[in-house]
Design a protein around this ligand. Structure first.
Ligand code: HEM
Length: 55
């Protein structure tokens, strides 16, 4: 999955913008609770791992 993203520059700003969109999708679709919180932690870690540029 990370390799598929290499053609796109992903730095901190892109990661954070992507996470803001995903947070909105979470708000619209998932009820609050521990399952959602655990899922969110994994999504944040994965989005950070997708970074392929400094800054
Ligand atoms: C949890 C992290 C992420 C997951 C699971 C994810 C998943 C995906 C998937 C499944 C695709 C389309 C399938 C493919 O081409 O292989 C895709 C495309 C793409 N992703 Fe991500 N992504 C993640 C993070 C990010 C981040 C942080 C960015 C930065 C903005 C990003 C930017 C893009 C772009 C530009 C495309 C191509 C869209 C297109 O071709 O129209 N992704 N991503």
């Amino acid at each position: 999955m990370r390799a598929r993203h290499m053609p796109f520059a992903i730095g901190v700003a892109e990661r954070d913008a992507w996470l803001m969109c995903m947070a909105q999708a979470f708000d619209e679709t998932l009820p609050p609770g521990p399952a959602r919180d655990a899922f969110w932690e994994r999504v944040v870690a994965l989005a950070d791992w997708m970074r392929n540029r400094e800054g």
